[in-house]
Design a protein around this ligand. Structure first.
Ligand SMILES: NC(=O)C1=CN([C@@H]2O[C@H](COP(=O)(O)OP(=O)(O)OC[C@H]3O[C@@H](n4cnc5c(N)ncnc54)[C@H](O)[C@@H]3O)[C@@H](O)[C@H]2O)C=CC1
Ligand SMILES: CC(C)CCC[C@@H](C)[C@H]1CC[C@H]2[C@@H]3[C@H](O)CC4=CC(=O)CC[C@]4(C)[C@H]3CC[C@]12C
Length: 403
């Protein structure tokens, strides 16, 4: 049993105060209009955190992690376009959990949520590499939504902003150049052709450029961006899709990408932990951390996308057929192009958004691994969950999804 789990099971089961679907206004929160600083001793036990996108895959883990690992928390605001039912069952202890149904593209909704918050963790976004949303929508949510969050921080005196960026801000690029054990300073030709990485890169830049801006009350805004690689763990929708596909194909999946291509993946619990730690440390180390980017990493092994998935799907009874790709590379490229064409042709009638398209194929075929200690050196980050624990938890979740 992991350290985290012991805590969870041994903890008191007290239901937190929850105001479902409540749109908070600045007046209700008793905002003072002064810059919110964690340095004020009178406020150290009284922090208000806002997590945008708090009902998503990563957001749920961040919410749980904050409740367990931020003893100074007074109020946790969970802002999302779609509120999840698990919010009602949160073990929040004495913390007030405020669920806010809202849209980051609506500046007034963001402002109302930010007013009076000491720390914002901004992870709301459209994670779409399959062509489900238009590039305009992706830009509106990921870039303009981030701009709204920054402006709201400035307006209301919120000093600390942690942004969930992505490794995609760096690559893989469209030329398929490998990024092998790279760190935050490794030179790489970042070429963004797809709306999702474009939007993450633009939003990240906005966040970093906002570092040092004067917020209401006269103090500077302190920002940093975390760049997770591909996240896995409990709640990972694509893993679930692969599992279901495997079951449909008679408990088999067919290898399509060479095993030699390596991906660096990171466990969702560790990503959540890095967010909480970064948020906590931003004030004490603002000179060092302000305006910085950090890859989000842990001790998960480097493997091809498919071999990595088999670490979890294998114990659930699915096997990967073929030591080499069962489909020739040229055919896969053709199929991906065909999918893109079909998506375009069918768009007026229906949404056709399969996993395979030219972009996802390029991603799956390109080695992208991160090896860095920057977060460890700057704010003492160490993964909270070992690889064995991360694997065990993910397997248990995959097994439960079909149970
Ligand atoms: N899943 C992954 O492998 C990676 C994700 N990321 C980033 O992490 C963040 C969270 O991603 P996931 O949890 O995987 O995605 P997700 O789709 O599960 O969560 C995103 C959340 O944002 C909310 N949201 C979307 N549009 C919104 C809007 N207009 N207003 C308010 N809320 C809105 C969604 O309802 C959802 O709950 C994103 O910013 C993503 O770019 C970064 C690297 C890897
Ligand atoms: C059938 C194909 C050949 C295999 C398809 C695999 C793809 C669906 C996934 C391969 C790599 C993934 C992406 C990668 O992990 C990095 C990401 C970072 C993000 O910020 C968002 C998610 C993603 C783009 C992730 C999406 C699925 C893959 C493309």
């Amino acid at each position: 049993m992991g350290q985290e789990e012991e805590q969870a099971e041994g903890g008191r089961c007290v239901t937190g105060r929850l105001a479902p679907s409540r749109q908070v206004s600045s007046g209700q929160l008793g905002h003072t209009g002064t810059g919110c600083s964690m340095a004020d001793p009178a406020q150290t036990q009284e922090l208000v955190y806002l997590v945008t996108g708090g009902c998503g895959f990563l957001g749920e883990h961040v919410v749980q992690m904050l409740l367990r690992r931020e003893p100074r928390l007074r109020e946790l605001r969970v802002f999302d376009l779609h509120l999840s039912p698990w919010l009602e069952k949160l073990d929040a202890g004495p913390v007030r959990v405020t669920a806010i149904q809202g849209d980051v593209t609506q500046a007034h909704e963001v402002e109302a949520a930010v007013a009076g918050a000491h720390v914002v963790i901004h992870m709301a976004g459209l994670v779409d590499v399959f062509g489900r949303a238009s590039s305009e929508t992706i830009h509106m949510v990921n870039v303009e939504g981030t701009r709204n969050v920054i402006e709201a921080c400035v307006r209301w005196g919120t000093r600390f902003l942690v942004y969930t960026s992505s490794m995609e801000v760096v690559g893989p690029n469209t030329k398929g150049h490998p990024f092998y054990r790279g760190n935050e300073d490794t030179p790489y030709e970042a070429v963004h052709a797809h709306p999702y990485p474009c939007s993450k890169a633009l939003a990240e830049r906005l966040v970093l450029e906002a570092n040092g801006r004067e917020v209401r009350g006269g103090l500077p805004l302190v920002t940093c961006a975390l760049r997770p690689t591909g996240i896995y763990g409990e709640g990972h929708q694509i893993m679930r899709d692969f599992y279901r596909q495997g079951l449909r194909l008679g408990s088999r999946l067919f290898r399509v990408v060479p095993a030699s291509v390596e991906h660096g993946r990171v466990y969702v619990g560790n990503v959540a932990w890095m967010h909480v730690l970064a948020a906590q440390e931003l004030e004490r180390r603002e000179g060092l951390m302000g305006g910085q980017v950090y890859f989000c990493y842990d001790s998960s092994p480097y493997k091809s996308y498919e071999d990595f998935n088999m670490e979890f799907l294998g114990p659930c009874g699915v096997r990967l057929v073929g030591t080499r790709p069962v489909v020739p590379s040229w055919l896969l490229v053709l199929l991906a192009a065909l999918n893109a064409l079909l998506q375009w042709l069918l768009r007026p009638l229906l949404l056709y958004a399969p996993l395979l398209n030219p972009y996802t194929l390029a991603m799956a075929k390109t080695t992208f691994t991160v090896s860095t200690t920057k977060a460890q050196q700057h704010f003492g980050y160490e993964p909270l969950f070992s690889w064995e624990e991360s694997r065990r938890r993910t397997i248990r979740w995959v097994q439960a999804t079909e149970g």
